[in-house]
Design a protein around this ligand. Structure first.
Ligand code: AMP
Ligand code: MG
Length: 346
């Protein structure tokens, strides 16, 4: 039976207008699946699992998600991220999960030449993207804050982390993807071989639909409502970044998005509207969706040509769509969307 976690009923109603997962509720017989929705990591989370252990597995997954949120929330005084950020040059010991996530984030920061940088946090905060009112910081304030930005200032030795005073990190760009991997493992360990995890648009598909066919995932239209197409995947994560997700109009009438260029401290403005990454690991998808958005079209294509261990969909302001070749057979584009070209990257 499809069961909705009772405390979270309101979230479900809201989500009904937000979510677009064509197959999440359609593939299984009623008595084979369970659906839970709850709020964590600043987003609505929907978990669909199939099989007779579905409810018990989802219960474990929800508990796990709450644990991870307690570890990584920058606004939680007791989180491990807060402890690291308060270290002021002293070494802080963190859990294995946090150590793993930090090591991965620092590795990706280095691999993307700092396009991904978890120490950008104080600048994100200055723009008001951490919950308070949005504002446009002046260039002096940004330059002052940028003195403490730089992922190489963070020192890690296993579970021991040292962050100098003034430098602060957050996992806003990678944490949800990593949580998706952990939830997928939790469900698999709980005996589930078919599930769909939706962390506010970060999708993680465990196996295929119960009938063996691919999950159908809508790729959001970055310029308005609806979708640019539908992607068919099994056992993959699909993660999108774009400034349309969170932005504000400044007093100067300009739009400012939540993904910042760590080189300048300003919101990215490079002609890309969204970057969707498709790969096995959610953490890789999340790290790359943010950093390739920062890089822009040409550098993102160069990066893909160098690594080729993921697929991507890039959408530009001209409404052109760039797809990597591996994903071409899996995507069905909406013919009515946009007027731009379709370019396959090989
Ligand atoms: P995502 O939605 O995964 O692209 O992550 C965006 C979030 O990561 C933002 O809301 C900020 O909290 C943070 N962020 C913004 N720019 C960067 C950046 N260049 N590197 C790392 N984190 C960033
Ligand atoms: Mg990301």
């Amino acid at each position: 039976m499809f069961k909705i976690n009772r405390q979270k009923m309101k979230a479900v109603l809201l989500l009904a207008g937000m979510a677009f997962i064509l197959s999440a509720c359609s593939g299984a017989k009623e008595n084979e699946g369970a659906e839970w929705t709850f709020f964590a990591m600043d987003t609505y989370i929907t978990l669909n699992a199939y099989g007779k252990n579905a409810d018990a597995a989802l219960d474990m997954a929800e508990d796990r998600m709450i644990e991870l949120e307690h570890l990584w929330s920058v606004t939680d005084e007791k989180s491990e991220v807060t402890a690291m950020n308060r270290g002021n040059g002293d070494t802080v010991e963190v859990s294995d999960e946090t150590a793993d996530l930090l090591a991965f984030t620092l590795q990706m920061a280095s691999q993307t030449n700092g396009a991904l940088d978890p120490t950008i946090y104080p600048v994100v905060d200055a723009w008001g993207f951490t919950g308070q009112e949005n504002r446009i910081p002046d260039v002096h304030e940004l330059n002052r804050l940028l003195e403490n930005v730089g992922y190489s200032k963070v020192k890690q030795n296993g579970n021991e982390v040292t962050i100098p005073g003034g430098t602060k990190i957050d996992f806003g760009a990678v944490g949800k993807g990593y949580a998706g991997d952990i939830l997928a493992d939790t469900l698999t360990d709980g005996g589930i071989s078919s599930a769909l995890i939706d962390l506010g648009g970060n999708i993680q598909a465990v196996g295929s639909k119960p009938d063996g066919s691919d999950w159908k995932i809508g790729i959001r239209n970055p310029t308005g409502d609806g979708h640019i197409g539908v992607l068919s995947v099994s056992d993959r994560a699909v993660v999108t970044s774009g400034s349309y997700e969170r932005n504000f109009i400044g007093e100067d009438g300009k739009e400012y998005g939540h993904i910042l260029d760590p080189a300048t401290g300003y919101p990215v403005e490079n002609g890309l509207l969204s970057v969707t990454i498709v790969a096995k690991q959610g953490k890789l998808c999340d790290a790359l969706s943010t950093s390739l958005f920062v890089m822009g079209l040409d550098k993102a294509i160069d990066y893909w040509k160098r690594y080729r261990d993921f697929d991507m969909i890039l959408i530009t302001e001209q409404k052109d769509i760039y797809l990597t070749e591996g994903i071409r057979p899996q995507i069905e584009l909406d013919e009515t969307w946009g007027s731009g070209r379709l370019e396959v990257i090989i």
